[in-house]
Ligand binder design. Structure first.
Ligand code: FE2
Length: 170
């Protein structure tokens, strides 16, 4: 039987993210997404790490913050029916699905953004983007079980709530 110490899987992912977060900004979101994707479907990734859900809304749990690099990684927990607002990002971002299925919808920029597509993201799938007000999306858990995704953003965690999302639409 394989024995893996607590946090070993998470630390392996964080080490790869740390490397990827050093690449030039232009390629950073894709590099970080690749680093997340190499580990995110591992069942051991969050072993021993509390990730409670919240009945009212999706919730973030800080996993790691790189003070020098100005980036942080969080686990987001989505009960069935919970979703993000329609938003763009003010920083680079990279996301991978750990468990459950998330639906990512894209929007065309407009006074009221217009939906243009939707993809289902399964465990191991990733998505990423730069700081771009025209890169508009929404993540939603349309499934019947709790979903957990891993998100890296180019901001300190304390600024996630205030400076990360550019909320669009009504
Ligand atoms: Fe987003």
């Amino acid at each position: 039987m394989n024995y893996m110490p607590a946090r070993a899987a998470l630390d392996a992912m964080l080490a790869d993210i740390t490397e990827a977060a050093r690449v030039p900004l232009e390629g950073r979101p894709q590099a970080v997404a690749r680093a997340i994707g190499a580990h995110v479907a591992s069942p051991a990734l969050l072993a021993g790490i509390p990730t409670p859900c919240c009945a009212e809304r999706y919730i973030r749990h800080l996993l790691h913050e790189d003070a020098a690099g100005g980036w942080a990684v969080a686990a987001l927990v989505w009960r069935p029916g919970q979703m993000s607002p329609v938003h763009a990002h003010r920083s680079w971002c990279a996301v991978g699905v750990h468990r459950g299925v998330l639906a990512e919808s894209q929007y065309r920029p407009a006074a009221i953004p217009v939906p243009t597509g939707l993809q289902l993201r399964h465990p191991g799938d990733t998505t990423h983007g730069g700081a771009d007000p025209n890169l508009i999306h929404r993540l939603a858990n349309l499934g019947c079980e709790t979903a957990i995704s891993i998100h890296a953003y180019g901001l300190p965690y304390a600024r996630f709530c205030t400076d990360l999302n550019l909320i669009l639409g009504d």
